[in-house]
Unconditional design. Structure first.
Length: 151
């Protein structure tokens, strides 16, 4: 009896880990997963630094969703995002999620540029989304509303 329970627990744990990895890969195409306040991600390698609102992250084997910062805004606040992304493999995007859970893609895969966004009142989240991706993302945020910054 004890062996059957142990085997069942091992199978359940293995299936649970596989589901997480599968969900992380599905995240790239799933708005429902992207807007979730909970993140699920894996990296083979992730090295990052942040200095005065500028972030540089080099990564390998990234899948899932990873919230980089939260922005608490007032109606009419304006932020600017300067970005540069160089993706070597896989799929990648940097997105901004508004308080109504609408997703705005800042960059998909490789690219560079600047964007200004007029905010409404509420909490915005800036997230990295990936599927088996490797590369470098750099961005700088301009504005007064930044609350929580994670690297």
């Amino acid at each position: 009896m004890g062996k059957i329970i142990k085997l069942s627990l091992i199978i359940l744990l293995f299936n649970s880990c596989m589901m997480t990895e599968l969900d992380q890969r599905r995240a790239f195409d799933s708005d429902k997963i992207i807007v979730s306040e909970e993140d699920s991600f894996s990296y083979v390698k992730r090295v990052g630094r942040s200095v005065s609102r500028r972030t540089d992250i080099e990564f390998e084997g990234f899948s899932g969703t990873d919230t980089i910062l939260s922005i608490k805004s007032h109606e009419g606040d304006l932020i600017g995002i300067a970005y540069r992304s160089q993706i070597i493999t896989g799929q990648f995007k940097l997105v901004l999620i508004d308080p109504d859970e609408k997703i705005q893609s800042i960059v998909v895969n490789s690219g560079s540029g600047n964007t200004s966004i007029l905010l409404k009142e509420g909490i915005y989240r800036l997230k990295l989304i990936g599927r088996d991706s490797s590369g470098i993302i750099s961005f700088e945020i301009r504005g007064q509303s930044i609350v929580d910054y994670k690297v």
